[in-house]
Design a protein around this ligand. Structure first.
Ligand SMILES: N[C@@H](CCC[C@H](N)C(=O)O)C(=O)O
Length: 326
C-alpha cells in the first residue's frame, strides 16, 4: 500500500505522492487523471487544489524533484504552500533541515523553521526567480511590456495592476473595499483564466488590502483551480509588489505578515543587487494520509471505499493558531 498524504499550507490543500516509493512511476497522463479524480467534488475525498508529485532529482544539489499538478490537470512551475509541505516530508524522510528541491525552473532552498504556534510545524522556502517581462507570463495586447502599478482599462475601469512571475504568473492589485476583494476578483480571475487575448496561458490573480505597515490581507483566484484559501507564490509576489509600490509602508528588513482566508504566513523580501527573491515562511500541516493500492493510483481509482484515511491530530492545533490570529 502507498500513502497519499493530505496536507496544507494556510488551508491550501494538496495530496502528496512520493513516486520514488512506487514499483512503476505514473506517466504524465496518469498523473493528470489521478489529480482530476482526487480533486473532483464527486470523489467524496477531502477537497484539494492539486497534487504534489515527488520524484528523484538528477540535479547534484537537489534532494528531490517536486512537480505541481493543478486541479484542472495543468502543470504549474511552482507552488509556495505546496513546497513547504514537500519540504517537511523530505526533511523527515532524509533527516535534513536545510536542502534544495528541484522545481520546474529552479532548485529552491528550503529550511526547517521554528513552530508557527504550539504544535504547528513550519518551513521557510525560497520563491524565485522573479520576472517582470511580458514573455515570462506571457501577456499581450495591453500596450506594455511590463505592468507596474498600471491602470489596465482592457481588464478593469478603476483598479491598478502589477504583474510579477515567481516564476508562475501573478497579477496583483491593491484594493480598498470588500466588493473588489471578492466579487471583482472573481470576475477578473474567471475572465483571465478563460480563453482571453491578454493572458493567453491564464494567470493567478491576487487582490490585497493593506492593513497597516508590513501587514497585508491577500485573496487569490488561482489559475487551474479558482478561488483558494491561500496561494504561497501569490502572497510572495504580492509582498514584493507591496514593497515596490508602497515603499513608505514596507520595511523590508522586517517580515511582512500576510493574512489570508486560511490563516497567515510571513514573507521577507530580499532585494540584493544580483538577485531579487522572497522568503515564504508558514505552516506545513499534515492532516492525515490515504492508504491506497498502487494499481488504483495508475487507474485513478481512489475512493473512500477502496482506501483508508488515517487522521492525525495536527489540524486541531492549526485551528487553534487560526483562532489566535483572528
Ligand atoms: N497554490 C500555489 C500555486 C499553485 C500553482 C498555480 N495554480 C499556477 O498555476 O501557477 C501556491 O501556493 O503557490
Amino acid at each position: 500500500m502507498i500513502n497519499l498524504f493530505y496536507v496544507h499550507g494556510s488551508e491550501n490543500h494538496f495530496y502528496i505522492l512520493d513516486q520514488t516509493l512506487l514499483d512503476k512511476t505514473l506517466d504524465d497522463q496518469e498523473l493528470v487523471n489521478l489529480t482530476k479524480q482526487i480533486t473532483s467534488q464527486s470523489s467524496n475525498l477531502n477537497p484539494a487544489d492539486g497534487l504534489l508529485v515527488i520524484n528523484q532529482s538528477n540535479h547534484e544539489d537537489a534532494l528531490a524533484q517536486m512537480r505541481v499538478i493543478n486541479a484542472d490537470g495543468s502543470e504549474a512551475s511552482m507552488c509556495g504552500n505546496g513546497l513547504r509541505c514537500v519540504a517537511r516530508y523530505l526533511s523527515s524522510k532524509y533527516h535534513k533541515d536545510s536542502f534544495k528541491v528541484e522545481t520546474m525552473s529552479a532548485d529552491l532552498l528550503v529550511n526547517k523553521h521554528g513552530e508557527l504556534a504550539n504544535n504547528v510545524p513550519a518551513f521557510s522556502v525560497e520563491i524565485s526567480p522573479v520576472r517582470f517581462d511580458n514573455k515570462s507570463f506571457p501577456f499581450d495586447n495591453l500596450n506594455t511590456t511590463n505592468i507596474l502599478n498600471k491602470a489596465l482599462p482592457e481588464i478593469n475601469d478603476h483598479l491598478r495592476f502589477t504583474a510579477i512571475a515567481v516564476p508562475n504568473p501573478h497579477l496583483i492589485s491593491f484594493v480598498e473595499n470588500d466588493h473588489d476583494l471578492n466579487e471583482t476578483l472573481g470576475e477578473i480571475g474567471k475572465k483571465l483564466n478563460d480563453p482571453n487575448p491578454y493572458f493567453t496561458d491564464g494567470v493567478n490573480v491576487n487582490f490585497a488590502k493593506i492593513l497597516s505597515r508590513n501587514n497585508l490581507f491577500v485573496h487569490t483566484y488561482e489559475r487551474g483551480v479558482g478561488f483558494t484559501n491561500a496561494c504561497g507564490t501569490g502572497m510572495s509576489a504580492t509582498s514584493l509588489a507591496f514593497a515596490i509600490n508602497f515603499p513608505n509602508l514596507v520595511d523590508i528588513k522586517e517580515p511582512i505578515n500576510v493574512y489570508n482566508p486560511g490563516g497567515m504566513v510571513q514573507t521577507k523580501v530580499h532585494d540584493t543587487p544580483n538577485k531579487q527573491w522572497i522568503e515564504l515562511i508558514g505552516n506545513a500541516t499534515f492532516v492525515g494520509k490515504l492508504s491506497v493500492n498502487e494499481s488504483n493510483l495508475h487507474s485513478a481509482n481512489i475512493s473512500n471505499e477502496n482506501s483508508e484515511f488515517i487522521d492525525s491530530s495536527e489540524e486541531k492545533y492549526y485551528q487553534k493558531f487560526v483562532e489566535s490570529i483572528k
